[in-house]
Design a protein around this ligand. Sequence first.
Ligand code: NAP
Length: 261
Amino acid sequence: MALNPKISDWRGKTAWLVGASTGIGAAFAQALHAAGAQVAVTARSADKLHAFAAQHPGAIALPADVADPAALRDAWRQLVARTGGVDFVLFCAGTYSPLRADAFDLASATAQLNINYLGALNLLDAVLPQLLTQCSSGRGAHLSFVSSVAGYRGLPLALAYGPSKAALINLAEVLYLDLQTKGLGVSVVNPGFVATPLTAQNTFTMPALQTPEQAARAMLEGYAAGEFEIHFPKRFTRLVKALRWLPARAYFRLVRKGTGL
Ligand SMILES: NC(=O)c1ccc[n+]([C@@H]2O[C@H](COP(=O)([O-])OP(=O)(O)OC[C@H]3O[C@@H](n4cnc5c(N)ncnc54)[C@H](OP(=O)(O)O)[C@@H]3O)[C@@H](O)[C@H]2O)c1
């Protein structure tokens, strides 16, 4: 049985996508709009959001920084006032800067945690009261978080990114336990490599690299199947998942050999 109510018909649904100015979030915004949803997009780049809204009838641009709880609350209030309720919320904001212990940089580590994890808490603070009220009056909703397979186990260069994504996966599991019985679906999206501004800085060959449009399609399929964890591309993510079962000694040896780091 599916872990969440299946979402396959997006017509008439309202979705708030946070972190949707570029990359996966922007591609998913396009896909949802094409599927018939009313889409509201948030990120810091107001110009990109307004361009999206201008090109997609009914779309709403709500610029905000996820590190600013008051700005998120304000964006949410505006959205609810305009639409009367929201059926789907996606936290897709994220940042990545390579970081290793021999060049530890507290400012970089804190900045990554602030956006990738604390940003999700700021979002929860904004949306939970209204979503719970909405659910108790019979209009269910869905909360989804884009994390990463980099959150499964420790990886080189991911000193800040990895722990922030591990925390997000754990958070989604706790939220599922707390909210699913109240009519609020919860899911986590764990992509492999996707060609976006975030990965453009990578100097290595990224295995099983996908386009943002492929990522958006995989997400739509995951929501339609009512999955809790949506991961893609399977040929890559299944392999990374299998590494979770290795004892630490074997895991460390394999990662050192595989990455050369
Ligand atoms: N690409 C991959 O291979 C990959 C793999 C696994 C997971 N992911 C995750 O997927 C998500 C999307 O990343 P992407 O690859 O699509 O990269 P991206 O194109 O750089 O998108 C990141 C999005 O987050 C927004 N954002 C960043 N900081 C923000 C802030 N402080 N407040 C509000 N919005 C903020 C960005 O918009 P502004 O800069 O305009 O604010 C942008 O819309 C991230 O969580 C990333 O960790 C990506």
